[in-house]
Design a protein around this ligand. Structure first.
Ligand code: GAL
Length: 420
């Protein structure tokens, strides 16, 4: 064989090899997420297992930190350095933000093949699509406005159920405090302060007020006497937490309920994932009940957005992951562990516990009365700079002796500045 022929033969062989490796590209996905607590880790492990069982290679990139602030910082630096992870836990308007910047890959071919338009509720589709294209996939519906309670501690002051009005809540908390029991388990981190705050906005102001104040950012609502009453209630709650609350992780606050160190925690139903991971039984070892409100429901849908990456293995990985996530079986398995309910329509609820069943029923009831509202504290209602402005004021108030009047003034100012 002359040299020319040898070179040609070699290059044909190489390209055959390349084609073969293309055909066998191992679907690979680096997954950036913040699910590191006991319950969260079990849930994300179910996703990993499902992906691997379907031939995928999972590259785990966890960034610890409840609520995801730290994960979002890592994401920004990864994208800036041209090294975006393939799949990223991302939510609400942040999906639109990244899509606007041209960072997200579209998943329309998987969506069409799998009929997502038929199996996802329209409200959730709207969050997952950018200009009509699917750029993210939902894993769940978490409810934020919950109270998790230790029934034995409640019984010590004669209570058999979780309070259904904020006045009852305060009366019970005063009794617990007098009995030497910490009424509220809380972790003093801005997103946790904001989680309590938004449930109080919902309860004290009602769903319509919540919409005006925390979704529409209506100035009259923000500076209203109702908002002052919200901060008054926040001040009360500040008096119900233990002296060591500052900086505590949310799952450690949940552990306080399990261990009998505190009576109630206001937290989304990822807290239920912690109870379940510890083998606790709802209705027996712990109680779940919505925070007081008139048929409100604050929803928080976790989702994964697929960033633009190159390499067939990665693109195949994104498609496989997206397909599995929306699949019926995964939506059941994952949500049983995570504490949430499926985002996909029609998933049987027979294996779910009483808290999840209540969540689903309340969701429907809330939708009927305009009470189904996006969580501000968990990035579903507003773009980051706007929710950040609110959260800063809420935290500054919670951690000082700022009056409700001043908090409201600061809130209005902060929103004005952030809007510019
Ligand atoms: C939320 C997220 C939940 C849970 C929680 C605590 O924002 O939606 O899935 O992980 O943070 O980390």
């Amino acid at each position: 064989m002359n040299l020319r022929k040898t070179i040609l033969a070699t290059s044909v062989a190489i390209s055959a090899l390349a084609t073969a490796s293309f055909a066998h590209a191992e679907p690979t996905a680096e997954v950036l997420h913040w699910w590191t607590s006991g319950g969260e880790a079990k849930a994300v492990a179910a996703l990993k297992e499902d992906f691997e069982a379907h031939g995928g290679k999972w590259v785990d990139s966890p960034v610890a930190g409840g609520g995801g602030d730290a994960a979002m910082t890592v994401l920004r630096s990864r994208v800036l350095s041209g090294d975006a992870p393939a799949a990223v836990q991302l939510k609400g308007p942040a999906i639109q933000d990244w899509a606007e910047q041209g960072a997200l890959a579209d998943l329309n071919d998987v969506a069409e093949k799998e009929g997502w338009d038929k199996v996802l509720p329209p409200a959730i589709q709207a969050v997952m699509k950018y200009e009509g294209d699917y750029v993210a996939v939902p894993v769940n519906i978490h409810r934020v406005d919950w109270i998790w309670a230790n029934p034995e501690l409640l019984a010590k002051v004669g209570a058999t159920a979780v309070p259904t009005t904020w006045d009852e809540f305060n009366t019970l908390a005063d009794k617990l405090k007098a009995a030497g029991i910490t009424p509220v388990a809380h972790g003093g981190q801005p997103w946790q302060d904001a989680t309590i705050f938004e449930t109080v906005v919902l309860g004290v102001g009602g769903p319509e007020f919540f919409q005006k104040a925390l979704v529409d950012l209506d100035e009259d609502a923000l500076k209203s006497d109702t908002m002052k009453a919200v901060f008054d209630q926040m001040r009360k709650i500040r008096g119900y937490v233990d002296p060591d609350f500052s900086g505590r992780d949310w799952n450690l606050a949940t552990a306080m309920i399990m261990n009998g160190d505190a009576a109630m925690q206001i937290m989304g139903d990822w807290a239920k994932g912690e109870f379940l991971a510890a083998g606790k039984v709802p209705g027996k070892d712990f109680l779940c009940a919505p925070t007081p409100s008139e048929h409100g429901y604050l929803f928080n849908t976790d989702s994964f957005a697929m960033f633009k990456v190159s390499g067939d293995d990665k693109i195949e990985g994104q498609k496989l992951l997206a397909e599995l996530i929306v699949g019926e079986k995964f939506q059941e398995t994952f949500n049983l562990l995570k504490g949430s309910i499926p985002a996909r329509l029609g998933v049987p609820m027979d294996k779910f516990d009483e808290c999840a069943v209540k969540s689903e029923a309340d969701l429907k009831a809330a939708q009927d009365v305009g009470g189904f509202l996006p969580s501000m504290a968990h990035g579903m209602a507003l773009r980051g700079h706007l929710s950040g402005a609110i959260v800063d004021v809420v935290t500054a108030h919670f951690n000082s002796d700022m009056s409700s009047d001043e908090a409201v003034e600061r809130l209005v100012e902060a929103i004005e500045l952030a809007k510019d």
